[in-house]
Design a protein around this ligand. Structure first.
Ligand code: FAD
Ligand code: UDP
Length: 380
């Protein structure tokens, strides 16, 4: 093993994009990944001819043309448009909140009627805010869409997803959801969205083509064959710089304390029907169903007759839980305690020489895929 310009820890989108750019610039890279497969949370497993999003459903979306052109230069994307449906106690509503939802909720048929109804629904919340900014998710939601939608489509789903009361969560989480006075079920406002044709593994394979990768290597627990010592203790002997995409608190040996995470688990099964729920994503927004949503993976990549040409289907029920040792950390917990702690770790990170911290885990930020790529394109 010779001297590398970069040792990259983690093969998620941050690590893989970084490796791609560095490799193109003639840098010598070694990437290590603790899981048996590359791709981080984007990794898909093929079951019954269907790409199953093993670590959660991923829909690529962005407004940034540079990012969109970049990913399309690696693999072509299809025309998938995310339009989830919400199931509240057996009644179905379109998401995001748009004229279809308002019709289903209140029977209103025109934007004017919907607008009037929303204003009426918001009145009480706006009165109690009395001109000040919403301080938490509940206040934000009530002042954005009012009582009925909050109670049927937001409150219990959010509590299931985050394991906290809506009054204890930051307002910005819900600002991600658009409210529209048109009949448009497209979940995202972005100009570009889709799924890589042939699945996300093709994106990752394309990014990592030619890059030396080793799976099953944990930076903190595995021994680097050329130094005979742990990667964490000896990486400076084999590489000039480290790109670290694992959890930031672990890098610093939890010296300031542990960060909290939310995690998700999936119950995936094959169903003996070509079309199980007629949509890729159905959210279950009430407490009486324990999971948050059901994903039917084939609908991300199969359209029209293709759905029926593949006789079976694969579905995943998604459960959101508190993180415990040994689980996969998924979502940073955005409360005061954790944000403060993360900020302290981020300050420590700036003092580390020749180490780049990047991605969801190392920055402890709620990042979608496109901003992760945008960040990498800015730094290399
Ligand atoms: P990761 O994909 O987590 O990669 C980090 C990698 O580092 C992992 O492979 C991990 O195994 C490895 N690693 C960690 N520690 C070590 C170690 N000690 N040694 C070696 N390797 C290590 N974004 C969207 O744009 N659209 C979506 O629809 C969407 N859906 C999502 C759904 C879920 C359930 C989740 C959790 C995220 C979703 N995201 C979505 C966000 C998206 O997953 C992230 O933006 C993206 O995965 C970030 O890439 P990353 O490289 O930072 O992290
Ligand atoms: N949300 C909700 N009801 C839904 C879908 C989402 O209340 O049916 C809320 C929930 O608080 C969630 C936030 O909106 O955390 C953002 O949802 P999004 O689907 O964008 O988040 P993701 O799970 O994809 O990160």
């Amino acid at each position: 093993m010779g001297k590398y310009d970069y040792l990259i820890v983690g093969s998620g989108l941050f690590g893989a994009t970084f490796a791609y750019r560095a490799f193109k610039k003639g840098k010598r890279c070694l990437l290590i990944e603790k899981r048996p497969n590359l791709g981080g949370n984007l990794y898909c497993e093929n079951i019954e001819g269907i790409n199953v999003h093993k670590y959660g459903a991923h829909i690529f979306h962005t407004n940034n043309k540079t990012v969109w052109d970049f990913v399309n230069s690696i693999v072509e994307f299809n025309r998938y448009t995310n339009s989830p449906v919400a199931n509240y106690k057996g009644c179905l509503y379109n998401l995001p909140f748009n004229m279809n939802t308002f019709y289903q909720m209140w029977g209103v048929k025109t934007p004017e009627e919907a607008s009037k109804k929303i204003e009426e629904q918001k009145r009480e919340a706006l009165r109690s805010l009395n001109g000040r900014e919403p301080q938490n998710l509940e206040e934000q939601a009530l002042s954005l869409v009012g009582k009925d939608i909050f109670e049927k489509l937001i409150k219990e789903y959010t509590e299931k997803q985050w394991g906290r009361k809506c009054t204890e969560l930051p307002a910005f989480i819900i600002k991600r959801l658009p409210v529209r006075l048109v009949f448009d079920n497209n979940y995202f406002n972005d100009s570009y969205q889709g799924i890589p044709i042939g699945g996300y593994n093709r994106l990752i394979d394309g990014l990592l083509e030619g890059v030396e990768c080793r799976t099953g290597e944990d930076f903190f627990q595995s021994v680097c064959p050329s130094t005979g010592k742990m990667w964490k203790d000896s990486w400076r002997e084999i590489a000039d710089r480290l790109v670290f995409t694992g959890p930031i608190d672990q890098y610093f040996n939890y010296s300031l304390g542990k960060l909290d995470w939310r995690t998700v688990s999936f119950e995936t099964r094959i169903v003996e029907t070509a079309n199980y729920q007629g949509n890729a994503v159905v959210n279950y927004t009430s407490h009486d169903v324990p999971y948050t949503r059901v994903i039917e993976h084939k609908h991300f990549e199969m359209f029209g007759q293709q759905v029926y040409d593949c006789p079976k289907s694969v579905i995943s029920e998604e459960y959101s839980t508190e993180y415990k040792e040994g689980m996969e950390p998924y979502y940073p917990v955005n409360d005061e305690k954790n944000n403060g702690l993360a900020e302290s770790y981020r300050k420590m990170a700036t003092q580390e020489t020749n180490v780049i911290f990047g991605g969801r885990l190392a920055e402890y930020r709620y990042y979608d895929m496109a901003p992760v790529i945008e960040h990498v394109l800015q730094i290399i």
